[in-house]
Design a protein around this ligand. Sequence first.
Ligand SMILES: *Cc1c(COP(=O)(O)O)cnc(C)c1O
Length: 369
Amino acid sequence: MLLFTPGPTPVPENIRMEMAKPTIHHRTPEFEACFMHAREELKKILEMPEVLMLASSGSGAMEACVRTFCSKKLLSINSGKFGERFGKIAKAYNIPNLEIKNDWDTPVSVEEIINALKAQPDIDAVCLQVCESSGGLRHPVEKIAQAIKHLNSEIVVIADAITAMGVESIDISHIDVLIGGSQKAFMLPPGMSVIGLSQKAVSLAEERNIGFYFNLKTELKNQRNNTTAWTAPTTIIIGLVKYFEEVRALGGIQEVYRQTHQRALATQNALGAIGLKIYPKTPALAMTTIIDEVNALNIRKILKDDFKLHLAGGQDQLKTSIFRINHMGIIPINESLWVVNAIELALEKLGLRKFDGSANKIFLQNYYA
Ligand SMILES: *Cc1c(COP(=O)(O)O)cnc(C)c1O
């Protein structure tokens, strides 16, 4: 079965083999060297002065960041389940929360955010996704962050980049906090989150000293010394070092971004050419989301049963009407090509369209353009 869901992504054999080696203790010079290496590589790709790795899925980092960086009122953007989660975290900690809610295909606008901040000047932190994975849409995060800082540089901008980190270059000039997760573009097992911090965010975390397990001040103190407050997710960090080795072998992170971009555009165009409709108004590069209220479920079933391809469906109101194809990580091009080809074959099996190889052809023309 080929796993093509936008998280978890498949763990490549080289990384699996590295993680299969005998366990080492986390309080040793060997592991500290490995930790330092992972830390330096993460700082480089995020272009941020500080980075933390936590033993938790992405949501743990989201929770830590809401608690640490919002002390008055949170503005969160709900264009899907992950944006909604920021609001739920605020609620769980009795943090006042204003939410801007849009359809899952619709990105939030700079105006909506600025109007909300002007109307409610007690908002001191804004949380939003770079890519909202529920519908696969890209929010204009960089423009939004710039406008927020222009209005009031004290407001903390927290970006959930769990499906953007390692996918594309993100301009962090006006972003304070960037959240990532191991099971998306890093192609690792679930269980580790990443937090990139600006200088301002570092100062706030140290001043505020919030929480216990997810105390970012405690983690900063330890991780600057290449260790962690609690037992580190050693196996995943060893895998992360291997991931960076794979990235280097490919030609560097810019080459990963370039290939991901080509894969995403080639897939969008190939599926458009065989009559399928892209769901979000502003598609992200991490995944391609197709909407077909009548056939999505059957297409996904044929792909799984007949072609051994596992794509993701939707959630809630989109449960049976969309399917999502992953582009995150380092993906052999023949596999992405097989996905669009198999989708075209599935359309023929459903009697919707005669197979003529268009998806394959358009994919190749666009990928190598
Ligand atoms: C996967 C994902 C998360 C994190 O979910 P976990 O299950 O906690 O790892 C958060 N935000 C986005 C946009 C995601 O795609």
